[in-house]
Design a protein around this ligand. Structure first.
Ligand code: HEC
Length: 338
């Protein structure tokens, strides 16, 4: 009898350990948080949760947005053109991608040729998707000192901070682990691309605090436009951080001052139409932002579809193995006990 309890306790302990290990792996945190940024709402994605998958049509539209808008400043250098053809991604036809790669304005450095000279050539399916700048210095020189990062891994490199109470942090993380929530980066990208608004206006109260001008307006008080407010310490008045020259106000960007202009707008990209010429999805800023964020999520995690499918198969396999082990164990021990 004792032996029996020990054996089943061992089995259940192993399960708890395996479960914990799986949970830790599932929650492997992205490289670094967006840091000190505002709260980012969760908007829901087709690839959310433990079973969600990418929506191929959305990835195709997302690439279109990257191609028509973002590629003017950002590269996707960890992706090769052939990745756009592979299963689980946008799955464009191979011929179309070949043609696109050939016409891509950012040519591939190659050489030396027979004359010993380096040269540039058209991209092949095996080449990376290059951005417009040869290196970071060239990018900064062209972008007023700011650096447009490569977007290949950006969806995993950003993750909004938890903004709730300290006590709620544990349960919040546990819920995310159990529901398989990993879309912090995508939610941030969507919020960033739709976050360009007017610089907020503040009025200064008698005690030196700056108060956001809400719907009721400022009355006859003078307003100050601040990208962010640094609270005054030791009874000193709050400091209004005005928008620096050449910067843009963005509600989602940490510090709210970003060098990237509000480049995405309604109708920025022509979306596919049906036979009657009616757009299948509306070409709005909201939709463009969702689509390009989903595309960048795929770029950073191109095997998500396959990984999730394999995960479930592995669980099924483990379940069957568990039942077999349990039955086998019952059988063997029953002989000894009788
Ligand atoms: C005109 C050039 C330009 C275009 C076009 C452009 N960007 Fe940017 N982007 C920038 C610059 C410059 C920065 C660096 C901003 C900074 O550091 O203040 C940037 C930064 C970013 C960042 C990083 C923000 C962060 O958290 O650090 C993301 C993400 C991004 N861009 C996405 C996009 C997407 C998606 C598109 C296409 C819809 C796009 N950009 C189009 C110039 C551009």
């Amino acid at each position: 009898m004792t032996r029996k309890t020990t054996a089943s306790a061992f089995v259940s302990k192993s399960f708890v350990a395996a479960g914990l290990a799986a949970a830790v792996l599932a929650s492997a945190a992205p490289a670094h948080a967006a840091g000190g940024g505002p709260e980012i709402p969760r908007i829901g994605w087709s690839f959310d949760g433990l079973t969600g998958q990418f929506d191929r049509a959305q990835l195709q539209r997302g690439f279109q947005v990257y191609q028509n808008v973002c590629s003017a400043c950002h590269g996707l250098e960890r992706l090769s053109w052939r990745n756009l053809v592979q299963p689980g991604g946008p799955e464009f036809p191979e011929e179309a991608v070949k043609a696109l790669a050939k016409d891509w304005p950012n040519k591939i450095p190659d050489g030396p040729n027979d004359a010993g000279e380096m040269f540039e050539r058209d991209a092949l399916l095996s080449d990376r998707i290059l951005g417009p700048y040869k290196n970071e210095k060239a990018a900064r020189a062209a972008q007023n000192g700011a650096y447009p990062p490569d977007l290949s891994l950006i969806a995993r490199a950003r993750n909004p901070e938890y903004k709730g109470s300290a006590l709620g942090h544990g349960p919040h993380m546990l819920k995310d682990i159990l529901t398989g929530y990993q879309a912090g980066g995508e939610d941030y990208l969507y919020a960033l691309l739709t976050g360009y608004t007017d610089v907020p206006s503040y009025v200064r109260e008698e005690n030196g605090h700056l108060k956001l001008v809400g719907a009721e307006g400022a009355g006859d008080k003078p307003v100050e436009q601040c990208a962010s407010v640094t609270p005054g310490e030791d009874g000193k008045p709050d400091v209004c951080n005005a928008l620096a020259d050449g910067m843009n106000y963005n509600a989602a960007f940490p510090g709210h001052q970003i060098a990237m202009p509000a480049i995405l707008a309604d109708g920025a990209v022509d979306y596919p139409k049906d036979a009657n010429g009616v757009a299948l999805v509306p070409a709005t800023l909201d939709q463009h932002a969702r689509d390009v964020a989903a595309f960048l999520a795929w770029a950073a995690d191109p095997h998500l579809n396959q990984r999730k499918a394999t995960g479930w198969q592995a669980l099924l396999f483990l379940l069957v193995t568990t039942v077999l082990l349990f039955l086998g164990k019952k059988r063997i021990w029953s002989r000894i006990e009788h």
